[in-house]
Design a protein around this ligand. Sequence first.
Ligand SMILES: Cc1cc2nc3c(=O)[nH]c(=O)nc-3n(C[C@H](O)[C@H](O)[C@H](O)COP(=O)(O)O)c2cc1C
Length: 178
Amino acid sequence: MKGLVIYKGKYGATKQYAMWIGQELQLPAASADRFHANELIKYDYFILGSSVYIGKLEIKDWLKKNFYVLQNKKIFFFQVAGSPAEQIEKRESYNKASLSPAILKNIQFYYLPGRMIMRNLSGWDRFMLKMGAKLTKDPVEKKTMLTDFDNVKKENIIPLIEAVQTFTEINEPSMNLV
Ligand SMILES: Cc1cc2nc3c(=O)[nH]c(=O)nc-3n(C[C@H](O)[C@H](O)[C@H](O)COP(=O)(O)O)c2cc1C
């Protein structure tokens, strides 16, 4: 079975996870911008990754555009964001805000913690973050939004790796049985 890791992020957190996943599973990993529908046809399953900005998935337009090819394939999806991975409802709301129910029902999601370093952000993203903090009433949440964090760790990919390995073991005929 042929698998592919495809990601879309802005400042490297999603890319880092994609590279680790590609290494662990020995699969190619590439930016979504480099892949079009005609190249996707030859793969059997996908591990898609996206970060979240202002409640939306970065990869949403690419996924919508290419979904007619992906709809019959197995899709694992890792979502990278600032909100804690345990806040499942919030994390799910980002998927619902970005993807149609038809796309959502086909995908298995994994929630990974991200990274945000204020000094690396573009002027626009820093501005958007400050606006968001201004509109937030809770003083603790306000402060958290403007504080650097880096929770990108390789161990976070373990559940996803295990799920993909189980999937390929079940669907790939074993060499020993030939
Ligand atoms: C302008 C801006 C908006 C963001 N909006 C959200 C958000 O709505 N929810 C969230 O959980 N994290 C949010 N984040 C945090 C990012 O999802 C997090 O930093 C992620 O790790 C970025 O990954 P990347 O470097 O691959 O793009 C935001 C970050 C920035 C800079």
